[in-house]
Design a protein around this ligand. Structure first.
Ligand SMILES: *[C@@H]1O[C@H](CO)[C@@H](O)[C@H](O)[C@H]1NC(C)=O
Ligand SMILES: *[C@@H]1O[C@H](CO)[C@@H](O)[C@H](O)[C@H]1NC(C)=O
Ligand SMILES: *[C@@H]1O[C@H](CO)[C@@H](O)[C@H](O)[C@H]1NC(C)=O
Ligand SMILES: *[C@@H]1O[C@H](CO)[C@@H](O)[C@H](O)[C@H]1NC(C)=O
Ligand SMILES: *[C@@H]1O[C@H](CO)[C@@H](O)[C@H](O)[C@H]1NC(C)=O
Ligand SMILES: *[C@@H]1O[C@H](CO)[C@@H](O)[C@H](O)[C@H]1NC(C)=O
Ligand SMILES: *[C@@H]1O[C@H](CO)[C@@H](O)[C@H](O)[C@H]1NC(C)=O
Length: 641
């Protein structure tokens, strides 16, 4: 039976409160309300397989240690009312509810499915395996939205701000030598409440149309690992290019130059080994490497040794650049014009929201895209778990990675009834820039990432001055090996490598025509269609996000096609129009909206639950191949579907 979410959630909340909160609320509740997945407004084929040991995979494929301990599973959770609660960690207490880690507290999979999750406590216990004695013990969080304060055995051990990024805490000095350790995490997530302006992407406390349910809390894997006590590898920056040049920086905990050894393998076969110094870039060559591209996503294993520390990583040899081909500025992969064609990929799940129900589910989406012939995916104002990028590297899907936007489009009404857009003040803008740097530094070693996007459609983009120019310079200096799409859609003052038009439903890609709100093509940059399509096709309630407020907004879709046949016909018309623009004008790639339906948006290649595919596969494959053929006729590399 489906109940409407808006009716159902508060009801369950009340039941939970009634059943689990004894008189001694907050103080040593006898037992925590046991974990059970809640009924979601819509589930997926993977929901019931999640169980209580989610995400068993090693979470960080580019810096992998053999010894580690996964802390994912059932933890305890309790809400709090203010930030002040952080001063009184509930040490040694039983918290009110059990919760699944990792998950969003607003999701059905969390077992909480709450609203307005501003302040939260999490707790769990862990033992450190005895063979780790004498080593440093590192506690890793894949991502916690938005601020996390970490306590070990009652003492504050770490803090992180930023909902999309990995952080680690060296907990060695807080561990109890002979007993089980208590881990408490206090989380504060304002999302878009009050005047807070922080990177949130599509999250909002009041979901509607193209903005969705928020995600609060520990939404990516948590794990422990040991590292040698004197020094260890903290980060690897790896770039391998089409000439076989490998550029490595091995960052160390001590941060001073010490000898490191880097070895590159093709399968089990060693192809190069080089000794250099940590904490500064060094170069070496691999002769005639098999290059990485969407058609042949060749990867090489890499091991790095620093003293007693050894980690496993990998890379792919390729060069992303731009250059003129027949007089038109084009994106180049390994020196050739690559027509980048992908979908707008939101990374939302009806059961897990930001957290995919499993790696298998996450990769399912990517395989659908790859099979249809897309060679790219635009990861839209969200950052995924590291294993997503590993999958793109393996499958051969270029990634256009967006920075999550600050609060978009919200207005504040002043006392004199005047409305003003809420934009970042100076400290908030500084924090946005800091988190943008974290994005680049954490993800710049994935071979598949071709492009960074700083702003989407003017969201959170200050226009009294043009911060995109300074931010573009900053991104370029942190990562000179990628292209930068400084402003994808709308407010373009000429920064970055792309002249990126958004237009619905039909494209205007590198064309001598454009519409209000979209940008005219600038021939000094790459002509690109950062969004188009968005064709809607309603489905019956079994495959819809069962929330009346969302359903009421379905008629805001740019275009509704009343049958799947009509949807495929209209898709063919729009893809053919793009192909025509590739042949006639200066179009170098495009992004179709979108991979799946999301909440009240019914414009996916698949429904939100991934159970219905709207695409006529044969037709879509032919239409996508026609785009590559048109690009090849303009000097592009030929690509096969
Ligand atoms: C936790 O949430 C419940 C239900 O919304 C609320 O009644 C209670 O006051 C909250 N507790 C705290 C400490 O905020
Ligand atoms: C742990 O060590 C302390 C002293 O360091 C000792 O008092 C206590 O009994 C030990 N506990 C256990 C469970 O061994
Ligand atoms: C190597 O990478 C670093 C950044 O990690 C960069 O500053 C440097 O210019 C690169 N060297 C070459 C030769 O590409
Ligand atoms: C690096 O720092 C450590 C301790 O901080 C010191 O023992 C070591 O000698 C230093 N190494 C170099 C090459 O400076
Ligand atoms: C890397 O090594 C692992 C085993 O450690 C192997 O399964 C994998 O195929 C290797 N990958 C590449 C790209 O060589
Ligand atoms: C969209 O649907 C809502 C509720 O179903 C209705 O109130 C509204 O008038 C509709 N808008 C349009 C433009 O059809
Ligand atoms: C979409 O389908 C749902 C479920 O059948 C229905 O309630 C809703 O009114 C439909 N909306 C539009 C705009 O067709």
């Amino acid at each position: 039976m489906h109940l409407s979410y808006s009716l159902f959630a508060p009801l369950l909340g009340a039941l939970a409160a009634a059943r689990s909160i004894p008189n001694t609320y907050h103080q040593n509740a006898a037992r925590s309300m046991p974990y059970a997945v809640k009924q979601s407004p819509l589930d997926t084929p993977w929901t019931e397989n999640v169980g209580t040991t989610p995400w068993p995979e090693y979470p960080r494929p580019q810096l992998q240690r053999t010894q580690w301990k996964n802390l994912n599973g059932v933890w305890q959770y309790q809400n709090a009312s203010t930030q002040d609660a952080v001063r009184q960690p509930p040490t040694g207490q039983t918290l009110a509810n059990e919760v699944l880690v990792p998950s969003c507290l607003e999701s059905a999979l969390s077992g909480i499915q709450g609203k307005d999750m501003f302040y939260s406590w999490y707790s769990t216990k862990f033992d450190v395996p005895s063979p780790w004695n004498g080593q440093r013990v590192l506690l890793h969080f894949g991502a916690v939205d938005y601020e996390a304060t970490v306590f070990i055995n009652g003492k504050q051990a770490g803090f992180n701000r930023g909902g999309y990024f990995h952080f680690e805490v060296d907990v060695t000095d807080y561990l109890s030598s002979n007993a089980t350790n208590e881990l408490l995490v206090f989380v504060h997530d304002p999302t878009d409440s009050g005047d807070s302006v922080i990177p949130v992407g599509k999250q909002t406390l009041n979901p509607s149309h193209i903005f969705y349910t928020p995600c609060s809390g520990i939404w990516q894997s948590v794990w422990l690992e040991p590292a040698p006590s004197n020094n260890w590898i903290t980060q690897l920056d790896l770039d391998a290019n089409m000439d076989g040049q490998v550029n490595v920086t091995v960052h160390s905990a001590k941060g001073n130059a010490t000898s490191v050894e880097v070895t590159v393998y093709d399968g089990d076969h060693e192809v190069a080994s080089h000794t250099g110094q940590s904490d500064q870039p060094f170069l070496f060559k691999v002769s005639e490497p098999k290059l990485w591209s969407p058609d042949s996503p060749n990867l090489y294993n890499v091991t790095v040794r620093l003293g007693n520390d050894q980690v496993q990583s990998y890379t792919g040899f390729r060069t992303i650049s731009k250059g003129k081909v027949d007089g038109i500025v084009r994106p180049l992969l390994n020196g050739k014009f690559v027509f980048m064609f992908g979908t707008l990929d939101q990374g939302y799940w009806p059961d897990g929201l930001y957290t995919p129900p499993s790696r298998e589910a996450m990769v399912y989406d990517l395989k659908i895209l790859k099979d249809l012939g897309f060679n790219m995916v635009r990861k839209h104002i969200k950052v995924e778990p590291a294993l997503f990028y590993r999958a793109c590297d393996e499958l051969g899907l270029l990634v256009i990675q967006d920075m999550p936007s600050m609060r978009p489009l919200q207005e504040r009404t002043d006392s004199n009834c005047k409305k003003t857009r809420i934009l970042a003040n100076n400290p908030q803008q500084t924090e946005f820039g800091r988190q943008l740097e974290v994005l680049i530094n954490q993800f710049k070693s994935y071979p598949s990432i071709s492009t960074w996007v700083i702003y989407n459609e003017g969201w959170g983009q200050i226009t009294s001055y043009y911060p995109e120019f300074e931010l573009t310079e900053r991104v370029k200096s942190l990562d000179p090996t990628r292209l930068i799409d400084s402003t994808s859609g709308w407010i373009d003052h000429g920064a970055g490598d792309f002249s990126d038009n958004h237009h619905y439903a039909n494209p205007q890609c590198g064309t001598p025509f454009y519409s209000t709100d979209s940008s005219p093509y600038d021939p000094s940059r790459i002509g690109f269609q950062g969004e188009f399509g968005g064709l809607g096709n309603n489905v019956t309630i079994e495959n819809l996000w069962h929330d009346q407020a969302a359903i009421n907004k379905i008629n805001q879709t740019y275009e509704i096609d009343t049958t799947v046949e009509a949807w495929n016909y209209r898709s063919h018309v729009l893809l053919s129009e793009l192909e025509d623009q590739v042949r006639r004008y200066a179009c170098s790639g495009g992004v179709w909206t979108q991979t799946t339906d999301v909440e009240g948006e019914v414009n996916g290649l698949m429904t939100y639950d991934r159970r219905i595919k709207r695409v006529n596969e044969e037709q879509w494959k032919a239409d996508i191949q026609a785009l590559y053929d048109a690009a090849a006729a303009r000097g592009g590399a030929s690509q096969k579907n």
